[in-house]
Design a protein around this ligand. Structure first.
Ligand code: FE
Length: 208
């Protein structure tokens, strides 16, 4: 994607943001919003030409979280999560519902939960996401996991949607050996955010 304004390539993201805004305006109950948001995210990631190039750039050391949109009332946020080769998260939680839509490449995730003794335990098998797949996390369905790029030799990109402004949510990283918990907030890598609103090229074409 090079010149979004000229061909309105970003339209699918604008549509998604508009639909999400309508959705959270009708209800903010997770059991209502999360499944509907999941369907919308499935639709969004069917194609990938809408993602601006500057939101696809990996960092040699750290996975990147480019903000695509934050609802002004902080009811949801949309992030382009870019993995460099071999990059991985620590074990972490989210404290709000989250959706992970695989756009390019592949990522692997392992879920964890605390057992009766309070110790972290892996839950189920490691799962692999492929383009078009959407995974879900939430304090209500399992919120702790570790995620990594499935590839050691290429970047991967997933589109994340959260039930809040994830750049302002207090959450936790876990040490699997000691079980110790540390607070963190993830923040955003973005020096800029996508311009969803310049539709002048289309409108100009319709002038006469
Ligand atoms: Fe996560």
């Amino acid at each position: 994607m090079t010149n979004p304004a000229a061909s309105d390539q970003i339209a699918p993201l604008r549509r998604f943001v508009a639909q999400m805004t309508q959705l959270v305006s009708q209800s903010q109950a997770e059991e209502i919003v999360r499944p509907k948001a999941k369907a919308l995210l499935h639709e969004l990631i069917k194609t990938d030409g809408w993602l601006p190039d500057f939101c696809t750039v990996p960092h040699p050391q750290y996975y990147q979280q480019y903000l695509l949109h934050a609802d002004p009332l902080e009811r949801f946020s949309v992030v382009s999560f870019v993995w460099g080769p071999g990059q991985a998260t620590p074990i972490h939680d989210h404290m709000v519902w989250g959706l992970i839509g695989m756009l390019r490449g592949s990522e692997k995730g392992q879920r964890y939960a605390r057992n009766a003794a309070g110790k972290l335990e892996p839950i189920g098998q490691e799962e692999t996401l492929l383009p078009g797949d959407v995974d879900e996390v939430s304090p209500t369905i399992g919120d702790i996991h570790i995620v990594k790029n499935a590839f050691d030799d290429q970047p991967s990109i997933s589109i994340h949607v959260y039930g809040g402004n994830i750049g302002a949510v207090k959450r936790h990283v876990y040490d699997p050996h000691t079980g110790s918990v540390k607070n963190f907030v993830s923040g955003y890598s973005s020096p800029q955010i996508p311009n969803l609103w310049d539709r002048s090229a289309q409108v100009r074409a319709e002038l006469n």
